[in-house]
Unconditional design. Sequence first.
Length: 313
Amino acid sequence: MRIVVLDDYQDVARSFADWATLPADLTVVTRPVTGTADLAALLSGAEVVVAMRERTVFDAQRLAALPDLRLLVTTGAANASIDLDAARAHGIMVCGTDAPRTATPELTWGLILAVARSIPAEDARMRAGGWQETIGADLAGSRLGVIGLGRLGSRVARIGQAFGMDVVAWSANLTPERAAEVGVRAVGREELLETSDVVTIHYKLSDRSRGLLGASELALMKESAILVNTSRAGLVDTAALTDALAAGAIRGAGLDVYDAEPLPADHELRTSPRTVLTPHLGYVTEGTYRIFYPQAVEDIAAWIAGEPIRVLT
């Protein structure tokens, strides 16, 4: 049996799990997949593939090009980049893993603080021989607006309260009662955008939510406001955001997700002012990988034994 682990950018999959327990040859791919032909070549002869979250797309066209594939394991309990119906049609079982809920909220606060206090810029200035130049924003006493008060948004909201922030939240189906359970106040989307000093997004991407924040929504934000997105790039109109940053319409942005990943080297976001950019690190922690890779091995072993676990389709 041949097993291929995709998108192991840090080349750590072998060290986080005991793959030797599986009766198979293991191949680890440490670079991004560049297209359908590349994927088909990498996976030729592979019966089992382990996909890291949503780094590689497995749509109907790509799944049709993988005749040897029988088991696709995704890290995490869901993967929007896998067409489950197409997998089922091709006789491919898809299994998942558990995922911790703490890593992305922690990175969210890293981005908020980095933008508010210009930490990357001041670090670069220090290393170049300079000294302080910026004036930071205060979090205590300011307003945090959380878009999406689910498992991750709720954690971010509670940390905001620990900073002494006034926390409000909005989502399409958020009730005052649900918001009160987290200790925050539910408001309308326009009020959240108009009054928040920090806006952070923790919302599910769907056809209805795509472009949730476009030019008109960004125009509602304060010039002193910060936008942070560790959720999905499609929730924010990237062109409208780069325009707002270039015009100084908002204080800055912290981004961990992008329309194309890896972000092209010549993408305008790489030179946008007042931004802190991280390369989709939200879930990339040691604790997360200690769950992802060992459970992927468990999934494969269970499938080999004819007793599959954590089955998605």
